[in-house]
Design a protein around this ligand. Structure first.
Ligand code: PRP
Ligand code: URA
Length: 208
């Protein structure tokens, strides 16, 4: 099962707060930031550790460090930007690749309008971030772009996933793990997640 619903009480509490219809832009941004941080904590739990010796106040001491991990965080514009700082809080040395995709409102297909990837993708762990996994068209397209550039370790963080999107992601990229704060009921007739959050990009940027 590549989609993992994070069960931590803080995550469950905060995703509930995020669903309030009259939430302010400020509050939506803050909660998105906090949830991104919590999801990043879960998604990095298997990063390998190695031993090293440092000069401690009491003399040479063996400590542990993350073993030579190169990471790129990949926000999907626009809404993914709202999760970026939360992930960078925990992985501050990560490089950032950016993919611009917008769903066509009629077809629900993602339209690619920007991409800027960092180098050495074949050596990096990619962490894609986007609050919404609806049809999963945007996520599937982003994973394909990363794979085409040689990326082999691809993970994703979303705030809300629809069962339809989970099935599509499973079929297209079964090896990619995706951590989500919630799995919701279904997509409505215009491709919005129910109960969902509404338009996450509009809520993060204060548009509409
Ligand atoms: C939203 C969301 C995802 C996408 C999810 O972005 O942030 O990128 O839709 O839908 P999907 O799973 O069906 O592809 P949108 O296209 O509205 O652009 P925005 O982030 O600029 O608002
Ligand atoms: N994009 C959003 O912002 N919200 C949804 O529910 C679906 C796609």
């Amino acid at each position: 099962m590549p989609v993992i619903a994070v069960q931590h009480p803080l995550v469950r509490h905060k995703i509930g707060l995020l669903r309030e219809a009259d939430i302010s832009t400020k509050k939506f941004r803050e909660l998105t930031h906090e949830l991104a941080r919590l999801l990043a904590y879960e998604a990095t739990a298997d990063f390998p550790i190695e031993k090293t010796t440092i000069e401690c106040w009491s003399g040479p001491t063996e400590v542990e460090q993350i073993a030579g991990r190169k990471v790129t965080v990949v926000p999907i514009l626009r809404a993914g930007l709202g999760m970026l700082d939360g992930v960078l809080d925990l992985v501050p040395n990560a490089k950032v690749s950016v993919v611009g995709l917008a769903r066509d409102h009629e077809t629900l297909q993602p339209v690619n309008y920007f991409e800027k990837f960092v180098g050495q993708l074949d050596e990096r762990t990619a962490i894609i971030i986007d609050p919404m996994l609806a049809t999963a068209g945007s996520m599937i397209a982003t994973i394909s772009l990363l794979k085409a550039r040689g990326c082999k370790d691809i993970r994703a963080l979303v705030l809300v996933a629809a069962p339809e999107g989970i099935a599509a992601l499973n079929a297209a990229h079964p090896e990619v793990r995706c951590w989500t704060a919630a799995i919701d009921s279904h997509l409505n007739e215009i491709g919005y997640i129910i109960p969902g959050l509404g338009d996450a990009g509009d809520k993060i940027f204060g548009t509409k």
